[in-house]
Unconditional design. Structure first.
Length: 172
C-alpha cells in the first residue's frame, strides 16, 4: 500500500503553504492540472490558484506543471499561471517527474508532486522518488472510469485521514 500513500494530504492546493513544502525538505512543486488547478477539462483556473502559484514562487519555490493532457489543453492553461509545463506525462510512469526535477534543477528528493489522483499523481511520484501531496478532487467526475478509480481510492484516503489525526493528536 505504501506505493499508493502520499506524503501528505490537504483539501485544496491553496491549503499548501511554503512552510509546508519546506517542512517536507523540498524546494520545488510539480503541479497537476485537472482537479488541482481547475475543474476537470475547464479552461478557468480555480479561485485563488493563480495567486497561490505566484505566492509560492515569490517565497522562492520552483513550480512546474506536469499533466497527462495534450499541449492544446496544458499550454494555454500554463500561460495563465506563467508557469513552464510538461504535457503527455504518461503518469504514473516516473519519467515526467524525473524530467521536471531536472528542468527545475533540483534533486528528486527536493520535489513535491501535487495532485488529486492516487493511481496517477501519488503512485507516479512514489515511483519517481518524489514526495507527494494528495488533494480532494475539486469537482467529482461523472465517467464510469473515474467513479471506479475514486471508489478504489477511498481506503487510501481513509488511511491518510487516520494518519493525520494520529499526528495531530501526538502534537497536542
Amino acid at each position: 500500500m505504501s506505493l499508493f500513500l502520499p506524503t501528505a494530504a490537504v483539501d485544496r492546493v491553496t491549503d499548501i503553504t511554503p512552510q509546508m513544502i519546506r517542512g517536507m525538505g523540498a524546494s520545488a512543486i510539480i503541479l497537476d492540472v485537472d482537479n488541482t488547478l481547475a475543474t476537470h477539462g475547464s479552461p478557468v483556473p480555480l479561485k485563488g490558484t493563480v495567486e497561490w502559484a505566484r505566492a509560492m514562487q515569490e517565497a522562492g519555490l520552483l513550480v512546474v506543471i506536469v499533466s497527462n493532457n495534450f499541449k492544446e489543453r496544458v499550454a494555454p492553461f500554463a500561460d495563465k499561471y506563467g508557469l513552464p509545463f510538461l504535457c503527455v506525462a504518461l503518469k504514473p510512469l516516473p519519467f515526467a517527474y524525473w524530467r521536471a526535477a531536472r528542468f527545475l534543477g533540483v534533486p528528486r528528493s527536493q520535489a513535491v508532486a501535487v495532485g488529486d489522483q492516487v493511481f496517477t499523481d501519488v503512485m507516479g511520484a512514489n515511483l519517481a522518488g518524489v514526495k507527494s501531496i494528495l488533494l480532494r478532487p475539486s469537482d467529482p467526475e461523472t465517467s464510469m472510469s473515474f467513479r471506479v478509480r475514486r471508489r478504489l481510492e477511498e481506503p487510501i484516503r481513509r488511511k491518510m485521514e487516520q494518519r493525520q489525526a494520529k499526528e495531530k493528536n501526538s502534537r497536542e
